[in-house]
Design a protein around this ligand. Sequence first.
Ligand code: HEC
Ligand code: HEC
Ligand code: HEC
Ligand code: HEC
Ligand code: HEC
Ligand code: HEC
Ligand code: HEC
Length: 375
Amino acid sequence: MHFGLRGVNGLILAAGLAIAAGTALLAQTAPEMGWLPNHPATRAEDYAGAAACGSCHPAQSKRQAASEMGMSITRPAEARVLAEHPAMSFERGKYTYTLRKDAGQVTFTASDGHDTITEPVYAVVGPGSVFQAYLIQHKGEFHRAPVDFFTALGKLGPDPDADAAMPATLETALGKHLSADDVRGCFSCHSPATVIGDKFDIAGRTPGIGCEVCHGPGAKHVAAMHAGKKQDAAIFNPAHMAPGLQSDFCDQCHESAAKMKAESPHGVRSVVSPAYRLQASRCFLASDKRSSCSACHDPHAPMELKSVAYDTKCLACHTVRGGAAARADQAGKSCPVGTSDCAGCHMPKVTVPNLAVLFTDHRIRIAAAGAPFPE
Ligand code: HEC
Ligand code: HEC
Ligand code: HEC
Ligand code: HEC
Ligand code: HEC
Ligand code: HEC
Ligand code: HEC
């Protein structure tokens, strides 16, 4: 299975990315952005739900729900990992942790050999590209279950972010207690349109990063289109943004370039911000759409994992040695070394201390073996 490639061997016990990235909301207020994608849903009635968009936009809808972003929070009954592994356990000292799917209901059980506590799983965080986390509620408070599913291992393992000490009581064995801000943090990046005030509604609304997370509430647009009023399109389209601004848009959840600049020196950790790295590359042309995130990534489909598939993106600006002469809009030179798999050599994969995910350096460059990592 391709997902295994994305994890870093031996680093699986490292801390979860986003938790290390901090749960502080990235308060971007640039009015020119038009719409902030990590915005909570203020009024439920402004939203149409992703199903409503599909009938008129099949090209964008067909694969979006099955993309990493579409599945970045799922209802437990719909999580693919739990359908494939309906009963999983993990033992730690005297404690046994079990995730079980039974007739559409998913529960988490902690047992110390004498007593047990069982609670329904409230939300599944992450599609499981590398790992997946589970949120449960106990006595009205959120906990992150003490076990994650690690895709490369095909089984549960301890939440790397949990307290290293053995839990003293069954109650503390339920995993890290999350404050209201912590939970809002997960939801603001993984499923913002299901946040209403300080409540979460993943049962009644589109969970994960669906159409209206990036395009804003769409009920008005749907009504206008049904009424045939094309002049009232009234929906946000990031296609109209310049590359720099679009990277700020994606940045609201993918670690922000502004935050990265403020954090200097950051060393190799800066690869977690694609925008920060991309903007430092000689390939980044601030007013050229071929430099925007969506030039290389279709936000409506699972991420392309074959690096050769990105060749056409490079060759929009570069030429192939010995091939056709450069067009006027191809300012990039040709490569003296390779003719395909450009990203494979010029966008190296990088490991980051304490993070389990392997990152791609978006600072497109000549990456000579053994050369120091450029800030
Ligand atoms: C009844 C059909 C219909 C439905 C339902 C619908 N759309 Fe559209 N949408 C259209 C049409 C037609 C256009 C093109 C309007 C135009 O020509 O300016 C459009 C345009 C758009 C655009 C581009 C706007 C621009 O200014 O470039 C976006 C983005 C969009 N729709 C997103 C959505 C989303 C998200 C939903 C679900 C909430 C949705 N649409 C539901 C018919 C529909
Ligand atoms: C509302 C927050 C949010 C916004 C806005 C957002 N993303 Fe994401 N994106 C995520 C999260 C969360 C994930 C991880 C899904 C997961 O693995 O849980 C993700 C995953 C991805 C992935 C797949 C990565 C992987 O490792 O599987 C790509 C590619 C991506 N996003 C690109 C973009 C681009 C391009 C934009 C802007 C057009 C964008 N994202 C905007 C939150 C966001
Ligand atoms: C600032 C935004 C942000 C916050 C806050 C956040 N995440 Fe994430 N998370 C991301 C992004 C972006 C990714 C994907 C990274 C990538 O592939 O580049 C991700 C990835 C993950 C993954 C790995 C998914 C996979 O498929 O391997 C898990 C699990 C996860 N987050 C859980 C959480 C939990 C639990 C919380 C709250 C305690 C949280 N995240 C808070 C942005 C965030
Ligand atoms: C992660 C953010 C994200 C999500 C989620 C998302 N979109 Fe988009 N959408 C974009 C971006 C970015 C563009 C502009 C792409 C480009 O540059 O051409 C876009 C463009 C569009 C357009 C206009 C196409 C055009 O030719 O201008 C439509 C229609 C659309 N999206 C519909 C949808 C629908 C329907 C969904 C849900 C199934 C959805 N989008 C989910 C980010 C998103
Ligand atoms: C928007 C246009 C554009 C795109 C897309 C683009 N490049 Fe470039 N690239 C340039 C320009 C302009 C330069 C500077 C002139 C030169 O050295 O060719 C450059 C420079 C480079 C350099 C030399 C860097 C250095 O620091 O000396 C490499 C290597 C490179 N590009 C590879 C790639 C690869 C690989 C891709 C695809 C993943 C890509 N480029 C995509 C425009 C682009
Ligand atoms: C096998 C690895 C490899 C592949 C594949 C590869 N390159 Fe390169 N590329 C290099 C190396 C190494 C250099 C530096 C050569 C030198 O300095 O003599 C280089 C140099 C470049 C340069 C700088 C040229 C200059 O004259 O300054 C550009 C631009 C470039 N590559 C683009 C690309 C593009 C586009 C592709 C895909 C069609 C590609 N590369 C495929 C390894 C590779
Ligand atoms: C020139 C093409 C190009 C551009 C522009 C680009 N990416 Fe990527 N991106 C890639 C490639 C290639 C990969 C690695 C795909 C693979 O091999 O799995 C990647 C991987 C990713 C991943 C997965 C995590 C990782 O680091 O491997 C995320 C998230 C992502 N890109 C987000 C973005 C965002 C956000 C932007 C805009 C700031 C952006 N990308 C712009 C080519 C691009």
